[in-house]
Design a binder for this molecule. Structure first.
Ligand code: SAH
Ligand code: SF4
Ligand code: F3S
Length: 441
């Protein structure tokens, strides 16, 4: 290649998509492309899409539409749209019909083919669409260009088998496929060799890891093996489905010295009636029992959750149960979502959709409770000494360092610049709603 071509990549959605984008970068950089943050002057523009919520479609349409003039002025510009939304029924056709200037559309199972398709477009081929309707084998060995060099994500399994009635993920990411433990360990070991200190294991439901492997292996066994990797400092993981979080895993979290005391345990609703309609396979009592068990076993554990407001049929009584569960558990943090209708999911056709104004009003009440409890949890830390992995400088105050405690709280503190990338002890002197303040000791 005579000239260096710049690519711009924008990623929406969760860590799964972020990792896929890092793989696209990992494949492009070694063959001579350079990443740019300047969209206007890019030679290749890639949108990696999410479809978990409704407004995502308008966002994608708006972003592609805005490229029409750019493409007219520079016909050599390559435009690619990839990721979860492309995997939705009829979406690829819709995009190419509405925006015929899009060059490449790929779904979630075959992003590894991106460089090959790019070459074909550059050689004069017109639009390439590659959406599979069935998940294939896991492709190992794709290089990953991670954005951070202190902590990184490692996918341990793809897909989801749970079919919660509101959720589109199983339709766009396929069934559960676990990576082999040896491939996971190899990847983490090579990250540690490059200086990584913390890894977060990713899967839609990490607790069902390994059930599809031969020989079978459980998530607790995988955690123990990773805990033995030398020079790795911290292990986190996302997401734990409450129906599958076993006592064994809870014990391993408590015992593994590198496994951080943090569990993201989406409850979705405090009402057993709604949990049943959501197809979550646990009820309020079971969830609260699980929380008790976790707190009794894992010292100083940080619990976080996800909540959906306004699921079809949610009554004021159901919502009051969500609020009371939040008051009872007092999570460190909760991610709150307005229920969003997703075509193709069972909840889409449920009668009794909750009116928007009711949803918003409940949402505001929920956020008030979440924030208040988060502030209470943070205040409890004042005066304590915590271990922080220093990730860099605080965005809002460059004179301060920033990092996280083992149980997942953000700490901004005064300390030595040389500490970036290391573990330090910090005395917590003050607390805001979403972060702690401290000084290195
Ligand atoms: N596999 C994970 C995360 C899935 S997506 C889990 O089971 O928890 C992340 C969050 O998005 C979910 O926990 C849920 O709270 C939210 N979500 C998914 N589909 C949604 C929808 N249709 N409307 C609103 N929120 C949704
Ligand atoms: Fe969606 Fe439920 Fe699977 Fe999570 S467990 S990805 S919420 S279907
Ligand atoms: Fe994630 Fe969105 Fe896909 S939440 S799995 S990027 S639909």
């Amino acid at each position: 290649m005579n000239e260096i071509l710049n690519y711009y990549i924008e990623t929406w959605g969760c860590q799964m998509n972020e990792e896929d984008s890092e793989k696209v970068s990992g494949m492009l950089i070694p063959v001579g492309y350079k990443r740019t943050t300047d969209k206007e002057n890019a030679d290749i523009i890639i949108f990696n899409t999410c479809c978990v919520r409704e407004n995502a479609e308008q966002k994608v349409d708006g972003n592609i539409g805005a490229l029409k003039t750019m493409k007219k002025e520079n016909p050599k510009l390559v435009i690619a749209v990839i990721g979860c939304m492309m995997q939705q029924d009829g979406m690829a056709k819709h995009i190419i019909k509405k925006f015929p200037f899009v060059d490449i559309i790929i779904g979630t199972y075959n992003a590894y083919k991106f460089p090959e398709y790019l070459k074909r477009i550059q050689n004069g081929e017109s639009s390439i669409i590659d959406i599979w309707d069935k998940e294939g084998n896991i492709i190992e060995g794709i290089p990953i260009d991670r954005e951070n060099n202190i902590k990184g994500f490692v996918t341990i399994m793809y897909g989801c088998n749970n079919f919660c009635t509101y959720c589109i993920v199983p339709y766009v990411r396929g069934r559960e496929r676990s990576r082999k433990p040896k491939d996971i360990i190899k990847e983490i070991t090579s990250m540690v060799d490059k200086g990584y200190k913390e890894i977060t294991l990713l899967g839609q439901n990490v607790n069902s890891y390994g059930k599809d492997l031969n020989p079978k292996i459980g998530f607790s066994e995988l955690l123990m093996r990773i805990n033995n990797i030398e020079n790795l400092e911290r292990i986190r993981f996302l997401t734990s489905h409450p129906k599958d979080l076993s006592n064994e895993v809870i014990e391993v979290i408590a015992q593994g010295d590198k496994i951080c005391e943090q569990v993201h345990l989406p409850v979705q609703s405090g009402s057993s009636n709604l949990l049943n309609k959501m197809n979550r396979h646990y009820d309020r009592e079971k969830y609260l029992e699980l929380v008790k068990n976790i707190r009794n076993t894992i010292h100083n554990v940080g619990l976080t959750t996800d909540i959906i407001v306004g699921f079809p049929g949610e009554t004021e009584e159901d919502f009051a149960e969500t609020l009371s569960l939040m008051e009872e558990v007092k999570f460190n943090q909760a991610f709150t979502y307005l229920y969003s209708k997703r075509k193709g999911t069972p909840a889409y056709d449920m009668l009794e959709q909750v009116p928007d104004d009711v949803k918003h009003e409940r949402f505001n009440r929920l956020v008030e409770v979440v924030n208040r409890n988060c502030a209470i949890r943070n205040k409890e830390c004042i005066g304590k000494i915590v271990e922080v992995l220093v990730e860099g400088h605080s965005k809002n105050d460059k004179s301060k360092l920033t990092g996280r405690t083992r149980n997942g709280k953000v700490v901004n503190f005064e300390g030595n610049n040389k500490a970036v990338g290391t573990l330090v002890s910090v005395l917590i002197t003050d607390a805001h709603s979403f972060s702690l303040i401290g000084e290195e000791i």
